[in-house]
Design a protein around this ligand. Structure first.
Ligand code: F0G
Length: 352
């Protein structure tokens, strides 16, 4: 019998700086599927022999990749005696922090940008019992506030500035290598917001020593500080998860791009939504819009001739579940057809 999966810290214990005695706070996160996407591969690189895999991080316990880092950050916070944690968030970090804090029985405050957090993330944060504070400003403003408060009060910060978040998050790279049979892909594509995830993946690939991919990051065109090389004061994008103008891990993101001979590119909201739709309609995988940014970046770079897909393996990380942002999904689709509850009505609908 195979051993039951009990979360990323247990599974990758030898690669993480926790002692045997540490009491681990886990919701059995990780072990998410790596799904091959041949239809999508053929749509974005016809007949090129591209093997495209989707790392479906939306299937983590709170519906996003954040749970990998949060199990580590909350485990460490509790080990150090913290009774309150805080984060700024576009929503997913908030939901994840709220869940793991609930699991640990500690207080959790989350600061979110007013009106710019998707419904599923707000619902979950509230349900887990976090104190949700809506800030009349951007994610970047909220991050500044939480950075300042932890200097003044005994509260633990669980944004990805916290190094334990990266420790847990890097297990995504280990899993991808394991799922590909003990090797890294040629290209690793992902959305970039606050740049914690790109930093963690690169750390993970380097530590695991199964080969190194080239990293392809995607930013939304209206929120692309790293691509532009300057802070964006008023970031905008439909992909609210990555509506960030001054990423905390900017420098480390540049290092990952440089060391991996990678690239970062800006994709328009239209391109993000086109890839979001392709994922759902050609592969049956429903993600939140930001999560399609890695696919959009790959598609763009192949179409522009910047990336040769011939016989390559690419992994796109799908960072959050589609149910996180039901409003956008419903707004973009045609409304359902309404029929009387009669068989004849269904028959005439089918004939029309
Ligand atoms: N995709 C999703 C769904 C996200 O929620 C985020 C970040 C990213 C991608 C980008 O990852 O910040 O590590 O570069 N969400 C953060 C949050 C900012 O507060 O939930 P990153």
């Amino acid at each position: 019998m195979t051993r039951p999966w009990t979360g990323v810290i247990h599974h990758y214990h030898n690669y993480l700086p926790f002692s045997e005695e540490t009491k681990i706070v886990t919701l059995n996160e990780g072990n998410t599927p790596l799904i091959e996407a041949p239809r999508l591969a053929n749509l974005i690189a016809p007949d090129a022999g591209l093997r495209l895999f989707l790392k479906y991080e939306g299937l983590n316990p709170t519906g996003s990749f954040k749970d990998r880092g949060m199990t580590a950050a909350i485990t460490q916070a509790v080990a150090e005696g913290a009774q309150t944690v805080i984060c700024a968030s576009t929503g997913n970090t908030a939901a994840s922090a709220a869940a793991y804090a609930a699991r640990a029985g500690i207080r959790c405050l989350v600061l979110v940008p007013e009106g710019k957090i998707a419904l599923g993330k707000l619902a979950a944060s509230l349900a887990y019992g976090a104190e949700v504070i809506s800030v009349d400003g951007s994610f970047d403003d909220a991050l500044e506030m939480v950075r300042a408060i932890v200097e003044r009060q005994p509260i633990e910060l669980v944004n990805s500035i916290n190094p334990w978040r990266l420790e847990g998050q890097k297990t995504g790279a280990f899993e991808i290598c394991d799922q590909l049979g003990g090797r890294a892909p040629d290209w690793h594509c992902l959305p970039v917001g606050n740049a914690g995830n790109i930093t963690s993946y690169w750390m993970g690939y380097k530590q695991y020593e199964k080969g190194l991919p080239r990293i392809l990051g995607g930013q939304a065109a209206g929120s692309a500080p790293i691509v532009l090389g300057r802070v964006v004061e008023k970031p905008e994008t439909i992909a609210t998860a990555i509506r960030i103008g001054n990423p905390a891990r900017w420098r480390q993101a540049l290092e990952a791009l440089d060391e991996s001979d990678g690239q970062i590119t800006a994709v328009t909201d239209e391109d993000i939504l086109a890839s979001w739709q392709l994922l759902a309609k050609s592969e049956g995988i429903f993600v939140e819009p930001a999560s399609a940014t890695g696919v959009a970046a790959l598609k763009q770079q192949i179409a522009a001739g910047e990336l040769d897909p011939t016989n390559k393996t690419a992994v796109c990380v799908l960072t959050g579940h589609g149910l996180k942002d039901p409003d956008t999904a419903v707004k973009l689709a045609a409304p359902p057809v309404t029929l009387p509850a009669e068989l004849s009505a269904l028959e005439s609908y089918l004939a029309s």
